[in-house]
Design a protein around this ligand. Structure first.
Ligand code: ACO
Length: 437
């Protein structure tokens, strides 16, 4: 368990060594974690900005949703440990917790579930947007488009200043994202779309929409449903990562929630973030055989080679990723249930073992992250590799929309606008083209 933060200092003294001037900056404390120096008045007082590319030391907001202690391998949502949620909660219950701050009682959960279930269908005309994409379009490209396009279909819930409309938008997004994702998968396979079934729960319905065909219903196997549920819970939120920060930044300009979530999807797509689960499988293909592991490990260590061990390392977790432990357990269960004896999995396990014993990875605290295992599970379930990041987007939608909702509920919202250190050419006169060399 994470230790309590000690009593905070009230101010932080900043001193200019050249002039001897001193400034007192307020120190802000949270429930846990390092205290923050509030630098909002820094420029006004000192004439200096701070420089923190990639935000390695900068808090962009206060949030009550998720807490991570990367050194201790702790992840909590609203104070509840992710391991307990993965073991005992359901995805929809976790959604309610993230959105509304408390676990729901029976009545609240029933109402919330009914509301989400009633919103699972999408406007029939949305189908025609899919037809505009090439069949070989990456499903994340489709998702960027269709989720943004939802703004054009649900005008009645786009008033960002109306709490009820914000609530409806949040529920619509959580309810419809699996339908849109399953449609993207069906489109790329050339199969007919499968409509949602309200007699199934959220996760069962998602698997049904992805894998049923008119000729044959998908057989729901409890261990597979459980693993999918866990994947959804484990990816539901992760505080101010790249995609969530993107959603907040887009939202700070007062863009509508559908547009904000579409921006989160674009940010998630990259292989350093949500695209890593797809990249893990592609890397395993590239390695091919366990005899080739040493060669690829050497490449991963070589700074002149862009190759990285996908599914290893994390900006925040420098001990272990608590989600990875749960995922590994699910991985074993799913593979046993489906009777899959996959050489790629054997390769993955061998890679994990060798990398975990290598001084390069030990010294840099590079451990397998959640995506290392989720990719393997999703493959075993029958998802095409291109769908892996889409599944991440499905589960993260609740995190994005909860963070957006939290931001919108703040008493005042200010547009996000980082500063920069200009390092370009100094001022110079315009040169007519005839005089240029
Ligand atoms: N393979 C090889 N070396 C690595 C890896 C890796 N996967 N990850 C980090 N390193 C090295 C870096 O080169 C650096 O080495 P140096 O100190 O000798 O220069 C050191 O470890 C520290 O790494 P940083 O780059 O400072 O770590 P950062 O926090 O910037 O990056 C990231 C984190 C992007 C996740 C990185 O570890 C990575 O690219 N991993 C592979 C992609 C991946 O799995 N992403 C999924 C993240 S989890 C998620 O989104 C759910």
């Amino acid at each position: 368990m994470t230790k309590e933060t000690p009593a905070p200092e009230k101010t932080f003294t900043l001193k200019n060594d050249q002039t001897g001037e001193e400034w007192q900056l307020p120190v802000v404390e949270g429930t846990y974690g390092p205290h923050c120096i509030d630098i909002r008045k820094l420029y006004g007082q000192t004439g200096h900005f701070t420089l923190d590319p990639s935000f390695t030391a900068t808090g962009s907001c206060k949030s009550k949703i998720t807490y991570i202690d990367g050194d201790e391998g702790v992840l909590m949502h609203r104070g509840y440990d992710i391991k307990e949620l993965a073991a005992d909660s359901t995805y929809l219950e976790t959604c309610y917790l993230l959105l509304y701050g408390e676990l729901p009682n029976k009545k609240e959960l029933k109402e919330f579930t009914a509301h989400i279930t009633n919103h699972t269908m999408v406007h029939e005309q949305i189908k025609s947007i899919y037809q505009g994409f090439r069949r070989d379009a990456h499903p994340m490209a489709i998702m960027c488009g269709v989720v943004g396009a939802m703004s054009a279909f649900y005008h009645d819930s786009l008033d960002i200043w109306d709490p009820e409309q914000r609530r409806i938008s949040a529920h619509r997004l959580i309810a419809k994202i699996p339908t849109l994702a399953a449609m993207a998968m069906k489109y790329s396979k050339g199969q007919p779309y499968v409509y949602p079934r309200n007699d199934l729960n959220y996760t069962e319905n998602f698997l049904h929409m992805c894998f049923s065909v008119p000729a044959e219903e998908y057989k729901l196997r409890p261990p597979v449903v459980k693993a999918m549920e866990r994947i959804l819970i484990l990816h539901a939120d992760h505080e101010q990562n790249a995609s969530t920060s993107t959603v907040r930044l887009a939202g700070s300009s007062l863009a509508n929630p559908m547009a904000c979530i579409a921006s989160g999807i674009t940010s998630l797509w990259g292989p350093s973030h949500g695209g890593a689960n797809q990249a893990v499988l592609e890397m395993l293909d590239q390695i091919g055989h366990k005899d080739n592991i040493p060669e690829f490990l050497e490449r991963a260590k070589d700074k002149s080679d862009p190759f990285k061990l996908m599914g290893f390392g994390h900006r925040v977790y420098k001990n272990f990723d608590p989600r990875a432990a749960v995922m590994k357990e699910s991985c074993d269960e799913v593979l046993a249930e489906l009777g899959i004896d996959d050489p790629q999995l054997e390769l993955a396990m061998e890679l994990e073992k060798i990398a975990l014993n290598d001084p390069y990875f030990i010294d840099r605290k590079l451990f397998p992250n959640v995506d290392f295992y989720s990719g393997i599970i999703l493959k075993a379930m029958g998802f095409p590799t291109e769908m892996f990041t889409v599944l991440f987007a499905v589960s993260r939608t609740v995190g994005w929309i909860s963070q957006w909702k939290e931001m919108m509920e703040e008493p005042s919202i200010k547009i996000g606008r980082p500063r920069q250190l200009y390092t370009g050419a100094p001022s110079r006169p315009y040169v007519p083209i005839e005089k240029r060399k």
